[in-house]
Design a protein around this ligand. Sequence first.
Ligand code: SF4
Length: 394
Amino acid sequence: MKKNNPEWLGPDKWLQLSNNADETRVKAALSTVSPGIKEFAALVSPAAANLVEQLAQRAQVLTRKHFGRTISLYVPLYLSNFCSGGCVYCGFSSDRRQPRRKLGTEELKAEISALKRKGFEDVLLLTGERTPAADFNYLVKSVKTAAEVFHNVTVEAFAMTSEEYEKLAGAGCTGITIYQETYDRKLYSKLHRWGEKRNYDFRLEAPARALQAGMRNVGIGVLLGLHDPRSDAICLFQHVVQLRKKFWKAGVLVSFPRICAQYGDFKPGYEVDDRLLAQFIFAFRICFPDMPLVLSTRERAEFRDGIAGIGVSRMSAASRTTVGGYYHEARLRKDATPGHAGLRKEVTARSAGNLEKGQFDVNDTRDAKTFCSAMRRRGLEPVFKNWESVFRGR
Ligand code: SF4
C-alpha cells in the first residue's frame, strides 16, 4: 500500500529521480493537470533548465488566473538585532561584533509612522533568537503596537511553543515566517552552532504549531545556497504538502531567500544562479497554482521586475535590514535640501549604513514609489492592503 504512494519515497530518492529526469518527463510534468511530487522533481531537474521558457509561460498563466495582475506588498521591520543564535551564515550571529540595539516603544512608533507615510499596511516584524533584551514579552508588546496601526502584522522570529503562538495571535499577529534554512539534518547541525535554533525538530514543527494555535498563515522556505538546492526544494515541497493537507483552511506561503553577502566570512556551498532560482519559482507555481510565492529585496531590481507576476505574487519593497532604518532615513531625508542631489545621495548612503550592519545586504534599494512605478510599467498593480484588521482573531 505504502509503495503505491509516491510520497513514500524519501527525499534522496526523489533527488536521484530529479537528477536523472529527461526532457520527455519534464514535458509530461508540464501537461499534468494536478502535478505532485513526481512532476515537481522533474520540473526542478537539470533537464528542465533547457525548458525554463515553457515553465515560465505555464507559471504566468496560473499566476494570472489566481492572482490577476496584482502584486501584494509587505515591508520588513527589524525590532532588534540582539541574538543568542550562532548561525554561521548570519550577520546577527552572537559572535559577530557590531552595535546591538532594539527599538523602544517610542522608536517603534517612529518606525511605524515612517512606514505608514510610505503607504504600507502589511508589516513583518523581525528579531533574532530570544535574548533577555528582546524576549517573547517584548515581541508581544511590539505586535500589539504595530497591530494598532497596520492591517496585517506578521512575525519572523524564533520558534515558539503552541502557547506562545496562541498569545501572539491574540496580540494581533496573523502569521509567522519561519525558514528551516536547510532540511539536511547533518548540515543544519553544523551551521547552527549554538542556541535554541539548533533544535531541528522544534523548528521544523513550528509552522504546524503556529497554525494549530490560530495563526492564519505561515511562510516557509530554505536559504538557497546552503545545501544542494534541488534536495532542499524537494523537501520544501513535501513540507508544503503536509501543511496544506493538515491545515487546509489556513494559508501557506513559500519564500525564496537566496544567500547573499553579509557581515562575516561565510561562503555558501552551492551556487544558485538567476536561472535556477527562476526555475524553482516556476515549478512551485505550477504545482501550487494558488499559493502566494514571495520574493524579497535580497534580489536585484532587474530580476524582481522580470519575475513579478510570472510566478511571484508577493514582494517586499523599500526594505531596510537595520534596526530603526526607516526612521533614520526619513529624518535624514527631511534634513536634506530638496533638489540638492549631492546631499540627498550622501544622506541615502548614510542612512543605508546606519551605524550597525543589516542582517543582509539589500540588492533592490528602490523606494516604494519607484518600485510601484516599475510594477505598473509592467502592467501589474501593487496592492498595499489585502487584509482587513477587523477579521483578526481566531
Ligand atoms: S539567522 Fe536568526 S537566529 Fe540565526 S544568527 Fe541570524 S538572527 Fe540569529
